[in-house]
Design a protein around this ligand. Structure first.
Ligand code: GUN
Length: 281
């Protein structure tokens, strides 16, 4: 069976739209997300466009800052400092990756934890590690929502995450651990990868290599979540060899139309949550 992120995402956005309206009535303003992009990477530009469009779709305000590659870091720092202290701005994100030469850690450190709607800050990642989450990184958060729709009990299941990035693999592993799964994190140096993945009841592929997960690596009846978005000859291809793995999986996410749409929806949810936390302070 397919888990359509697109459908889960549309349902979630419809609910968000109502919640945003209610927030506006109570607070007298719309929740607001500020998005900063540096450089001309076409994939990043598409993501940013979709984030801005997502805000409009649920009735949120957005601010969009576009800087050419080569803009002095200090100029971007100034914008971040202004946004950090602007009470009408609830969420701030810097689209990654940044072009070479920028100090990513320095820039991200200027986003206050309360406005870190990506959930990338050391505090927000730390809170998740302690199972006291505040803002949860959007892609893994979306994956958990999709897993919920299967109705399958996660507790006690073997979950294997391939990929250990700070933005996806690590928070994904922590969320699954918090849901009482037995979690294994695999990566490029893992030995006997197929042996480990073929024991997974839940397999999350976040590697960034097209069709990396083949049918022989997957247990019969596994839930397979494909986080990969790879461009091959102009087409979007996931990290999972969908045609063959689909035959073995109980549930599987397609690419496109799977995890991708959920990521931006969870970003919108995080922005509303940040706005409400501020309004309730
Ligand atoms: N680049 C790819 N995914 C993401 C994301 O979720 N947030 C940000 N800021 N940049 C990204």
């Amino acid at each position: 069976m397919l888990i359509y992120g697109k459908v889960v995402s549309a349902d979630t956005r419809a609910k968000l739209r109502t919640q945003v309206e209610e927030f506006e009535k109570r607070a007298g303003r719309k929740p607001c997300l500020a998005v900063i992009i540096v450089g001309e990477d076409p994939a990043s530009q598409t993501y940013v466009r979709n984030k801005i469009a997502g805000c409009a779709e649920v009735g949120m305000r957005s601010l969009h800052y576009e800087y050419a590659d080569g803009t002095p870091q200090s100029e971007i720092e100034k914008t971040l400092n202004d946004l950090a202290t602007d009470d009408t701005v609830d969420g701030i994100l810097v689209q990654l990756p940044l072009p070479k030469g920028y100090d990513e850690r320095k820039l991200l450190s200027l986003i206050p934890d309360e406005k870190d709607v990506d959930g990338f800050s050391p505090t927000n990642l730390g809170l998740l590690a302690m199972n006291k989450p505040r803002t949860i990184s959007c892609t893994p958060f979306g994956v958990m929502k999709m897993l919920e729709t299967t109705g399958v009990k996660l507790e006690g299941k073997n979950a294997v995450v391939i990929g250990r990035s700070n933005t996806v693999g690590k928070p994904m592993a922590m969320l699954l651990l918090n849901a009482n799964c037995t979690v294994t994190v695999c990566h490029s140096k893992t030995e006997n990868l197929a042996e480990i993945t073929s024991k997974a009841d839940i397999l999350v592929a976040a590697i960034g290599r097209p069709k990396f997960v083949t049918a022989d690596m997957v247990k019969d009846g596994a839930i397979v979540i494909d986080v990969g978005i790879n461009r091959v000859d102009g087409k979007l291809v996931g990290d999972v060899d969908f045609e063959n793995v689909e035959k073995k999986a109980s549930f599987i996410t397609p690419v496109p139309g799977g995890v991708g749409p959920m990521t931006i929806t969870m970003l919108l949810a995080n922005t509303l949550q940040a706005a409400e936390a501020k309004a309730n302070k």
